[in-house]
Design a protein. Structure first.
Length: 308
């Protein structure tokens, strides 16, 4: 793990509320996903040349497959394979290119017994990945980018991660305007649930993601983390994707995220994973699996082993 907090990290900003412990168990059952007594850990596998976090380290199929197997060996419950960068300012990738990146990786990981999630906004890519052995669709647009995604997921019957999304990567920064970010994110996710279920997606397929860093400024990310309990009242499992994101760099770099490279934010990410798990998150999506797996186990132990 990186040493992002070494040497005395800055305190949480004044606008970052404390994450409250969950009053109930975080484990809401999702058919097709592992049943654990702790928050699940999803390992990130970017098969792209322009990932914000790893600079394209796994853009070749062979390297990506090896890394995916390593994530699983470290304890990842799910390995999330994506072939299109969604970092701020990223441009769309043609579906044919996305398919060429992810399908060999999905196929080999699934053959090895790894539970694979396909990270895509494109229904054609999702369908091909499911046919190649993926078991989950993780759509950062929540079905808004491709109208065909809802019917695909409904027919496939697989778990579907629905993220809060307002605009494509190239223009999302200008949509980071909120009066009450928690209430607005909750309302917009509720609308997505209504739209998807009206099109045949079952409620028990859905996992909601508040979309940290997507059309959000650091103050919005911290507020959402501090209010996970309010988002849990929507009644769906929550996935939290904070790993290496710029709001952590902004904190650790005292307002200058470039001072702390993404790979040096893993310790801070594990801290967020512990807090999110304690607040009832169903799953965390991370680059460094070992650190967040330990964090999830600690949060579970605090919930189950501390005498009443």
């Amino acid at each position: 793990m990186g040493g992002a907090l070494a040497g005395g990290a800055a305190a949480l900003p004044s606008h970052a509320p404390s994450v409250r412990a969950a009053e109930h168990t975080p484990a809401l059952a999702v058919p097709g996903l592992p049943a654990q007594d702790r928050c699940l850990v999803m390992g990130i596998l970017n098969v792209t040349p322009d990932s914000f976090s790893d600079g394209g380290a796994y853009s070749s199929p062979a390297r990506a497959i090896d890394h995916g197997l390593a994530l699983a060996a470290e304890g990842a419950d799910i390995v999330d394979v994506g072939g299109e960068s969604t970092r701020p300012g990223a441009l769309p990738v043609p579906p044919a290119e996305e398919l060429s990146r992810v399908l060999p990786v999905v196929r080999e990981l699934a053959r090895a017994g790894v539970l694979v999630s396909i990270d895509t906004m494109n229904a054609v890519v999702a369908a091909a990945a499911l046919a190649a052995g993926a078991g989950i669709v993780n759509d950062v647009s929540g079905g808004l980018a491709d109208p065909a995604m809802a019917s695909l997921v409904a027919t496939a019957g697989v778990p579907y991660v629905v993220m809060h999304w307002r605009a494509p990567s190239r223009e999302m920064r200008r949509h980071a305007v909120y009066r009450d970010v928690t209430a607005e994110v909750a309302a917009e996710l509720r609308d997505r649930v209504g739209n998807l279920t009206a099109r045949g997606v079952r409620e028990d397929q859905l996992i909601l993601d508040p979309g940290l860093g997507f059309a959000k400024r650091p103050v919005h990310d911290w507020t959402l983390l501090g209010n996970l309990g309010q988002l849990r009242t929507l009644g769906f499992p929550l996935l939290v994707g904070a790993s290496r994101k710029s709001f952590l760099g902004d904190l650790l770099g005292d307002g200058d995220p470039d001072r702390i490279p993404p790979a040096d934010r893993d310790t801070a990410t594990a801290a967020v994973s512990a807090l999110a798990a304690a607040a009832g998150a169903y799953c965390v999506r991370v680059h460094d699996v070992a650190g967040s797996l330990h964090a999830a186990r600690v949060a579970a132990a605090c919930r189950t082993r501390v005498p009443a």
